[in-house]
Design a protein around this ligand. Structure first.
Ligand code: SF4
Length: 470
């Protein structure tokens, strides 16, 4: 008898259908209510694999994958929850619900880091739909059919996209414009295909985006990256889905064309890699000649344990994956529920790093994908009697900033770059004085006023920034 896993049909659950899942009855009335109420504000989608294999139903609601995928009442402020609960469950007043939901979403800083107007490139003086070009070497591409996920993460900084707040400004229906743009930009070496999750697409659709990138005129494109969480939420995509073999063949084709194909796998917790099918997915990806890099944000309630990160990286390395990034959770959505101070993030990273061998120390972090670039916390040190965060850019809008150390006053409460102020009596960080005026204005506004929290205006509307992945 064969041990091959059998194909399983993907079955998503949403607010409308979650009561049909067998596990629904395992939730207390309070938890059920929280799902029905909070999912009015934040997106909710899970699937049978996440529910059957990843969540430990004996540990509800503290199970990390439950926290990762199920809305919880503490994700709203207590008063917000109380009023919304009454509207949803008692009054059932859809107009009032819509009004309240909108105001809560606006309070949640739906558009962090003000990037849209700075990252969308132009061609023939028109913005190129579905593209972002933030760093010189890397272009991000948002295919229209990859703008959803196999399940939604409750912390996701793209949440406005999934609840219809953004009209998918970044999605592209086809790759013609991408190809034309790349032909004009020989400095671009990397294309990141992202979403949502591009691997929600069937292989044929994905090939329609990938194959044009193999054209001889695009020989300057050396690396094609695909950002995906399917390695954790639906590893069947690589193993038993009916076009899984075709997907692996497509990967091989990209590699055979001389490109480095990098699957940017989003893993939040070691349980996601304990599953046999998830391990098979890693092996199949790697056997295609693609590389698989592991990255995720550090999230309170979900992955604060350094030992969990160490297990994740060590297992990944054993299977052939490459630990890549630990990110700092962004200031958006229910961030009060998920954020950890930068000092704690540094401690978790350092402890996890100390637990693994050199092969896992390819990982970098904790890193903030902030407006000026990707800033890593290198350490907490005392210099000349002042306690400071030692920081540097791993990636930056201005390439000259990369790897230039800089220092911020130590602040035990700070959770993001915007909360930090320069150390040693400096008035500004070096990159603030060197930025062009509009960017500096936005950053300084964001730093001091959190103006993006109320930014309903188009100029501060980055929608689905993918900075976490580049
Ligand atoms: S885009 Fe990534 S982080 Fe956001 S819900 Fe989808 S899988 Fe989760």
């Amino acid at each position: 008898m064969s041990n091959e896993p059998l194909p399983v049909k993907f079955k998503p659950y949403t607010r409308q259908s979650i009561n049909q899942a067998p596990q629904w009855e395992l939730l207390s009335k309070d938890l059920q209510e929280a799902v029905l109420v909070v999912s009015r504000v934040l997106p909710f989608r899970t699937n049978q694999y996440v529910m059957n294999e990843l969540i430990d139903w004996n540990n509800i609601p503290d199970d990390p994958i439950y926290r990762l995928t199920f809305p919880h009442r503490d994700m709203l402020e207590p008063e917000e929850y109380k009023v919304l609960r009454d509207l949803v469950l008692v009054q059932k007043d859809e107009i009032a619900i819509e009004k309240l939901v909108r105001s809560i979403r606006m309070r949640m800083n739906p558009h962090p880091a003000g990037q849209m107007t700075h990252n969308v490139p132009t061609m023939n003086e028109e913005p190129v739909r579905g593209l972002q070009h933030k760093y010189k070497q890397t272009v991000l591409f948002f295919p229209s059919s990859g703008q959803t996920c196999h399940a939604y993460c409750t912390f996701c900084f793209r949440w406005p996209q999934f609840v219809g707040m953004d009209d998918l400004k970044f999605d592209a229906r086809e790759s013609n414009e991408l190809v034309s743009y790349l032909k004009l930009h020989p400095e671009v070496t990397d294309v990141l295909i992202t979403g949502g999750d591009p691997l929600i697409m069937n292989t044929r659709s994905l090939a329609g985006y990938l194959e044009p990138l193999l054209a001889p005129e695009l020989s300057h494109i050396q690396n094609i990256r695909i950002g995906t969480k399917s390695v954790a939420y639906w590893p069947q995509r690589f193993v038993t889905d009916k076009d899984a073999d075709d997907l692996i063949e497509l990967f091989k084709k990209v590699v055979a064309a001389g490109k480095n194909l990098a699957i940017m796998g989003h893993y939040n917790h070691p349980v996601e890699l304990r599953q046999e099918i998830a391990q098979q997915a890693v092996k199949r990806i790697v056997s295609s000649g693609a590389t698989l890099r592991m990255q995720a944000p550090l999230i309170r309630h979900i992955n604060e344990d350094p030992k969990g990160w160490a297990e994740l990286w060590t297992t990944g390395v054993r299977l052939g994956a490459i630990p890549y990034y630990m990110f700092v959770e962004r200031d958006t959505g229910p961030s009060h529920y998920f954020q950890l101070p930068l000092a704690k993030a540094y401690e978790v990273f350092q402890q996890a790093y100390q637990l693994v061998s050199g092969l896992s120390r390819t990982v970098r972090g904790p890193s903030m994908s902030a407006f000026p670039g990707k800033v890593v916390i290198d350490g907490i040190v005392t210099i000349g009697g002042e306690k400071v965060f030692a920081l540097q850019f791993l990636q930056a809008r201005n390439p000259d900033w990369v790897r230039r150390p800089f220092y911020a006053k130590f602040d035990p409460e700070a959770t993001w770059l915007d909360d930090l102020v320069p150390a040693f009596g400096e008035k500004k960080f070096f990159f603030e004085t060197e930025q062009d005026p509009p960017r500096a204005t936005i950053h300084i506004l964001a730093r001091h006023d959190k103006v993006v929290r109320t930014a309903a205006n188009a100029d501060l509307q980055p929608a689905v920034s993918i900075a976490n992945e580049v």
